[in-house]
Design a protein around this ligand. Structure first.
Ligand SMILES: Cc1cc2nc3c(=O)[nH]c(=O)nc-3n(C[C@H](O)[C@H](O)[C@H](O)COP(=O)(O)OP(=O)(O)OC[C@H]3O[C@@H](n4cnc5c(N)ncnc54)[C@H](O)[C@@H]3O)c2cc1C
Length: 412
């Protein structure tokens, strides 16, 4: 019996890695402390977001952050008691808010994002899961055409990677998307995008596909990774030791704890985010969109209408706050004034964000330990490709992507 590869964390990055390794003929053990797909991968906006190639840290961030914090409808929240611990990361994060850094980050992110819909379709090829991957258009919903024009920097970035919108304004907005009220007067529409119609179920079913095809899933918390002669030898849970040939850390924000145990210095904090899901909505948008005034994504899903967004800088051990949920409800009702529904579900999740917005994908110093985490706002989008890249690396193939920017050792 060959020694397995252990993948730690069954979010979109973990299940994608496990499936692509399995397709390379490898024996894989996937371990998660909870049920698969219940981390950040559960409650995101479901958007396959090539257009999120321009990072949060674009050059206007300093001014924008101050504006959002002062404005009662600003989608940015900070738990001030967390700031002293956050400071080293925050300083590095804000230092990336220059044009040169933005251009560099876009070059890093685009290879992970540009073919996202095709990567999801490749992941579900030969499965019965294709129904979760929807082709769609994606709209930026602006209050006015001037607000679209004021977003010129962000559109210049998007256009540099081939994303050119079609503009709709005036009455045509409500003809295109009848759910929208008069607070939206301009849509910038991107063709050829996609979304996932229930991200949590999608990841759970991908995990089931993996186990149905011979993979093993165990529910247990990984406490440590053990090395022998400079190479990984086993993974420890509370009551078992699992020998392995390689280990892949795909534990989202919690990857930080495992990296600390390995003594590898990284910089990773969470941008907490929230969703509300309107149950049995009287209307759904025809396609997903972002309401730019509140910076939240709106996605028609199998379970209802999901509105997801806001950024809260706070500890991932602390409980949810009320402010972001109230704001989402207020802004959703302003955007969709005629919406009726029977109930609202609420959720909080943790975007794992490195200060340079670039995921950590690669091997740690020839140890046989690989990382695939740090996907900030784009983990659902880039998860399948990330898993494929890790499988190629472990399988001795040379990926068709320059992996240098994703080095997990770049913070050392
Ligand atoms: C409000 C919101 C909206 C978003 N919208 C989008 C979007 O529209 N499109 C997009 O692309 N991205 C979006 N994102 C980001 C995306 O959800 C994340 O980047 C992505 O889910 C991260 O996936 P992951 O597999 O790295 O981590 P996770 O999904 O968090 O999975 C990590 C897993 O590791 C497990 N784990 C942790 N520690 C251990 C341990 N010690 N032992 C065993 N298991 C462990 C956890 O239980 C968890 O299941 C959004 C995020 C939020 C919060």
């Amino acid at each position: 019996m060959s020694t397995p590869i252990i993948v730690i964390g069954a979010g979109i990055c973990g299940v994608s890695t496990a499936i692509w390794l399995q397709r390379c003929g490898r024996k894989v053990l996937l371990i998660d402390k909870g049920a698969p797909g219940m981390g950040a991968s559960y409650g995101n906006a479901g958007l396959l977001a090539h257009w999120a190639v321009d990072p949060v840290t674009s050059p206007g961030l300093w001014k924008e952050a101050a504006k959002y914090l002062l404005h009662p409808n600003g989608p940015l929240f900070i738990k001030w008691s967390h700031v002293p611990r956050l400071l080293p990361w925050l300083v590095r994060f804000m230092a990336n808010a220059t044009d040169a850094d933005t251009q560099r980050i876009v070059q890093n992110l685009d290879p992970l994002l540009y073919d996202t819909v095709a990567q999801h379709k490749a992941l579900v090829a030969d499965t019965n899961l294709a129904r979760w991957v929807a082709d769609s258009k994606f709209s930026y919903a602006y209050p006015t055409t001037d607000a679209f024009k004021a977003d010129a920097y962000s559109w210049k970035i998007k256009e540099s990677v081939g994303l050119v919108p079609t503009l709709i304004s005036g009455r045509e907005v409500q003809e295109a998307e009848p759910i929208l009220g008069s607070s939206v007067q301009c849509l910038a529409v991107l063709e050829g995008q996609g979304h996932i119609t229930d991200p949590g179920q999608y990841v759970a079913q991908l995990c089931k596909y993996f186990t149905d095809h011979g993979g093993k899933f165990i529910q247990a918390e990984v406490l440590d990774i053990t090395m022998k002669n400079g190479r990984v030898s086993s993974v420890e849970t509370i009551d078992q030791t699992f020998e392995c040939s390689h280990a892949v850390i795909t534990a989202g924000i919690w990857s930080k704890d495992l990296m600390n145990k390995l003594g590898v210095s990284i910089s990773l904090e969470t941008e907490r985010g929230y969703h509300i899901l309107f149950e049995n909505p009287s209307e759904l948008p025809r396609n997903p969109m972002v309401i730019t005034s509140g910076r939240f994504g709106v996605t028609p899903m199998e379970m209802g209408l999901r509105c997801a967004g806001t950024v809260e800088l706070a500890d991932h051990h602390a409980g949810p706050s009320k402010g972001p949920i109230k704001l989402l409800k207020r802004q959703a009702m302003a955007a969709f004034p005629n919406l009726q529904y029977t109930g609202i579900q609420e959720w909080m999740g943790f975007r794992p964000t490195p200060p340079d917005s670039t995921p950590l994908i690669g091997e740690i110093d020839s140890t046989g330990i690989y990382t695939a985490f740090g996907h900030q706002h784009i983990g659902l989008t880039a998860g399948p490709k990330t898993g494929r890249l890790i499988a190629q690396l472990i399988d001795g193939q040379t990926p068709n992507v320059n992996m240098a920017p994703y080095s997990p050792e770049r913070f050392a």
